[in-house]
Write a protein that binds this ligand. Structure first.
Ligand code: HGY
Ligand code: MN
Ligand code: MN
Length: 409
């Protein structure tokens, strides 16, 4: 059985090695079923093979491998995270969780537990290609069917993307988790500043905030930038800009609320043409669903008012309305004990980021372990982790398996 320090260095090497697989030059972007995902599957698949885990892709292209339990019909503990990235991503968001899951299996050194471990590398969690997140984990909880007709910017449907990847959407039912499931543990970078501010390597997640994702469209009148007097304009971009300022203000005034317009497309998109149409994303999150949904409704009203003042049309589409998800108390308590057993302070905290755990929670108990994000940076090439913190996560993960083994002996 390799020493934990060796496993830690190999885990960090693996994350940095996989970071290069991108569909864009000069930065890491790996969206749902893009070509570089095949190389990620090959690399992690080889590792799974070495661990005797028989790697396979399910019909949503989640990479899956099972480390058998001591008995044939042993219940299953799922470990994993996602393998896709945002545009211009760092090396650890998602991938670290899959790599550490395999490292934990390797650390067992062939020892069998009273439960099987299924490691999952989810194919899509960020929602970049189709505007809707969690495509991978939704396949495991049986909620992928209604995603198949979603189309990306090029008009390709999820079903077509699956077929071109060499998989069959009719097999999606086979991706679903069965009965006899113990739960799901996801190890993930915190992606925020809390653990660093407390100088702690690890955090135990109590709940994952709810999130709303919308596409908002302002429609005005494209016209000549030089000949159209200001009072005769119906400028969709000026209208959207006025609204975006209000989005920021709303979130600043509401404790615990975050609201972001991260993506904007102005059409026709020329410097000497007044924008006739603007498509903007809206991402709103809060620990309490009632606050979040009220804020979304208020921001849509503000958009309608801005549009009306400028003679613009407004349309919007809700892409995601996901309630806050509490982590399972028992599994989280076990995880907290595991962290304590390693001699480290237990810090219970919410997650401001969304994770596959919030979807897996529909079918099983979930727990999440956070690893400190130096500088609180994520969704950025400067995303980092510290080797001692990764080692701490492996120690806590192993303790978690030992405690779970004792409760199922
Ligand atoms: O956007 C998120 O919360 C996560 O990184 N997918
Ligand atoms: Mn992310
Ligand atoms: Mn993530």
């Amino acid at each position: 059985m390799p020493h934990l320090q060796t496993l830690t260095s190999r885990a960090l090497e693996a994350c940095r090695y996989l970071w290069r697989f991108s569909e864009e030059k000069g930065r890491t972007t790996r969206t749902f079923l893009s070509a570089p995902m095949k190389e990620v599957h090959q690399h992690l698949g080889r590792w799974m093979k070495q661990l005797g885990m028989h790697p396979r892709l399910d019909a949503m292209a989640n990479l899956r491998g099972i480390y058998a339990g001591a008995k044939k019909d042993a219940p299953v503990l799922y470990l994993g995270s996602h393998l896709d990235t945002v545009p211009g991503a760092g090396a650890y968001d998602g991938v670290l969780g899959v790599v550490l899951a395999l490292s934990l299996v390797e650390a067992l050194g062939g020892r069998r537990l009273p439960f099987a471990i299924e490691v999952v590398g989810f194919s899509e969690e960020e929602g970049v290609r189709f505007g809707v997140p969690f495509l991978g984990s939704r396949a495991l909880v049986g909620r992928a069917g209604d995603l198949l007709q979603l189309r990306d910017a090029g008009g390709v449907s999820v079903a077509d993307a699956i077929l071109s990847f060499g998989l069959d959407p009719n097999d999606l039912y086979l991706a679903e988790v069965g009965t006899g499931v113990l739960g799901y543990l996801e190890i993930h970078i915190e992606q925020g500043p809390v653990l660093e501010s407390l100088d702690l390597p690890l955090g135990v997640v109590q709940s994952i905030v709810g999130q709303s994702r919308l596409e908002v469209r302002f429609r005005g009148k494209a016209n000549h930038a030089g000949t159209t007097p200001m009072h005769l304009r119906h400028d969709a971009l000026a209208g959207a800009a006025e609204w975006i300022h209000l989005v920021e203000k709303e979130a600043q005034d509401e404790p615990g609320l975050v609201a972001t317009v991260g993506q904007i497309k102005a059409l026709p998109g020329a410097g000497n043409v007044i924008a006739g149409e603007v498509q903007a994303s809206l991402d709103v999150r809060h620990a309490e669903d009632e606050v979040r949904t009220r804020a979304v409704a208020h921001l849509i009203t503000r958009a309608q008012q801005a549009a009306q003042r400028r003679g613009l049309e407004l349309a919007w589409e809700t892409k995601l309305d996901h309630p806050a998800v509490p982590c399972n108390p028992e599994l989280t308590e076990l995880l907290a004990q595991a962290v304590e057993q390693t001699g480290r302070k237990v810090h219970l905290m919410p997650s401001g980021a969304g994770h596959d755990a919030m979807v897996m929670a529909e079918k099983m108990p979930v727990a999440m372990l956070f690893v400190r994000s130096p500088g609180g940076v994520s969704h950025h090439p400067d995303e980092r982790v510290l080797a001692p913190d990764v080692r701490a996560a492996l120690e806590a993960g192993l303790e978690f398996l030992v405690l779970l083994e004792k409760t199922h002996a």
